[in-house]
Design a binder for this molecule. Structure first.
Ligand code: ATP
Ligand code: MG
Length: 559
């Protein structure tokens, strides 16, 4: 009984892509070959991470292979800077590709196939501008108007296409179109453009080409060349699938198949590369890796672990219908992972000075602190203690409500790993602001014991004022104030929804060992959150990023 249930649960938990693959395996298909096909025109974001996890994950699960193929068919927008960042991000996520390919590797083959289509009477050179072509395409209910150049002879088309390639024409003067059906109900079939003229230097092929294939012509053929079995893409490409199949059939080449899943969308976030680029170019953020960006390099800079991103991709699953995922889920995943792997440290972000009046001036002790209660192997460290400390301002209340177990006048609290202290006097400035607490400590209470066995409920963190290292601490909040940044009032744009408080810089006081943490490695500031040294951090000026809070405070504020 129990066994059947487990089997059923396992079967049910297959996502639809796994089901498709298992069906094809059952029918005798022996290979799983996927590919991840980014256009190198920007940095990868969390949506791409989802696609990477699916493509590389399926290949891994079914003993197959996944290629990395750069879809570099538009020389104007693409750059090797992006190629390098994409490779780094995929490796960081924990995946490696079978082969690295570029659509531009196939330009010769794609050209030869275009010639073949011309010879079959399935493609022609059109002298209309792209504008005219768009205007004569018709609408869903009205058929398009055939181009006056549609019935050119094969010879003339071959000659013109060859001259397009040789650079005899200016940008936009001619295009190559597939000759399909100007009245087709699927608008994409109304003689789609296959090649356009762009006289621009390509980041790999230089000036060898001045004609470049369009996505619909290049993608399926590249898949076919690589003998991709499962060409997985996002839902908006489902209308392209019949055209994908049409080219493959017309050329009679390896029949790759396309499958679509829903794009990942996240609340308070924007996934459009075009808009992210705009934020970078306009200086609204510090760069592609600004920790507020949804890019993979930003998550890395912010202290996210690869496992947390993979777990998130797994948790949101593979959907067939578009939906928006709560940003809180991503934060949940990083919190879960860091709870297991991050070392604990003490740091005070909103300091209140405590002077322990019965502790000798100049005396210093070291207390042993546990690095990670979830992982014994992480060991312990020594934390310095002295007469003057900082505690968190919130850990003291002059007029506390019932059940406030932290420090208050006359009250006692445990300093984590160290003594019990009692607040004897509250010092204020002329305006009545609390500037200092004068306390006494119980010398018998070190290391968690107290002389008379009394127990206190509150345990607070602290740092020794003389030993603390100062750091700039950057607190990040969502980049946008609206769940859907595109939700705008009349006359406004999505940029009006940028959150002015997306980054708040404060000064923190850290226990000295925090100066040694490597850039990007998150630690838990006990009771405060997870933080990691930023790439801007130097020994002279430490900078820490908040990776994520300990609890989901944002959701509460906004509901
Ligand atoms: P552009 O906006 O420039 O077209 P894109 O976001 O579609 O870019 P590509 O580089 O073309 O980016 O995407 C590479 C792969 O990642 C594609 O297969 C694409 O479907 C997938 N992908 C892109 N965005 C998402 C997303 N939000 N969720 C899941 N997969 C995505
Ligand atoms: Mg794209």
């Amino acid at each position: 009984m129990a066994n059947t249930e487990t089997t059923e649960t396992r079967e049910k938990s297959l996502n639809f892509l796994e089901e498709i693959i298992e069906e094809s395996i059952a029918k005798g298909e022996t290979r799983v070959q996927t590919r991840f096909p980014p256009e190198p025109n920007g940095y990868l974001h969390i949506g791409h991470a989802k696609s990477i996890c699916i493509n590389f994950g399926l290949a891994r699960k079914y003993g197959g292979k996944c290629n990395l193929r750069f879809d570099d068919t538009n020389p104007v927008k693409e750059d090797t800077e992006y190629v390098d960042s994409i490779k780094r991000d995929i490796r960081w996520l924990g995946f490696d590709w079978a082969v690295e390919r570029y659509a531009s590797d196939y330009f010769d083959q794609l050209y030869a196939w275009a010639v073949e289509l011309i010879k079959k009477g399935l493609a022609y050179v059109d002298d209309q501008t792209q504008e005219q072509i768009r205007e004569t395409r018709g609408t869903v209910s009205v058929p398009g108007t055939p181009s006056p150049w549609r019935d050119r002879t094969v010879e003339e088309n071959l000659d013109l296409f060859e001259r397009m390639r040789r650079g005899e024409f200016a940008d936009g003067e001619k295009v190559l179109r597939a000759k399909i059906d100007m009245a087709h109900p699927n608008m994409l079939f109304r003689d789609p453009i296959m090649y356009r003229i762009i006289h621009a230097e390509h980041h790999r092929t230089g000036d060898k080409w001045c004609i470049y294939p369009m996505y619909d012509y290049a993608h399926g053929q590249s898949d076919s060349i690589e003998r991709i079995t499962h060409s997985i893409c996002t839902l908006e490409f489902d209308v392209h699938r019949p055209l994908y199949d049409w080219f493959i059939q017309a050329l009679d080449i390896y029949p790759s198949h396309q499958y679509e899943f829903a794009r990942l969308n996240l609340t308070y976030t924007m996934m459009s590369k075009r808009k992210l680029l705009k934020l970078v170019q306009e200086g609204a953020v510090m760069g592609w890796d600004d920790p507020r960006m949804p890019t993979i390099c930003a998550l890395r800079r912010k202290g996210y672990t690869p496992a947390s991103v993979r777990n998130f991709a797994e948790m949101v699953g593979v959907a067939k219908r578009d939906n928006v995922i709560d940003l809180g889920k991503l934060e949940y995943c990083v919190r879960e992972d860091l709870n297991k792997v991050a070392e604990r440290r003490m740091a005070v972000l909103n300091p209140l000075k405590v002077v322990i009046t019965n502790y000798e001036e100049g005396r210093r002790e070291l207390f042993t602190a546990v690095n990670n209660p979830e992982d014994e192997a992480a060991g312990t460290r020594q934390v310095p203690f002295s007469r003057e400390l900082y505690i968190e301002r919130d850990d003291f209340m002059e007029n506390p409500p019932k059940k406030f177990f932290r420090l208050c006048p006359g009250g006692e609290v445990r300093l984590r790993y160290a003594y019990l202290i009692k607040c004897e006097e509250v010092v204020k400035d002329a305006e009545g602001n609390i500037t200092e607490l004068r306390c006494t400590y119980d010398p018998e209470s070190g290391h968690g014991s107290s002389s008379d066995g009394r127990r206190v409920k509150g345990v607070i963190h602290w740092v020794s004022a003389a030993d603390a290292v100062e750091a700039e601490v950057r607190l990040f909040n969502p980049l946008f104030t609206k769940e859907n940044p595109d939700d705008v009032e009349e006359g406004q744009t999505w940029e009006d929804n940028l959150n002015p408080e997306s980054m708040v810089k404060i000064k923190g006081y850290l226990e000295p060992s925090l100066a040694e943490v490597p850039v990007g490695q998150a630690v838990q500031f006990e009771r405060v959150g997870y933080f990691c040294p930023d790439t801007d951090s130097t020994p002279e000026h430490l900078v820490f990023n908040r990776t994520v809070t300990l609890k989901d405070s944002w959701a509460k504020i906004n509901k």
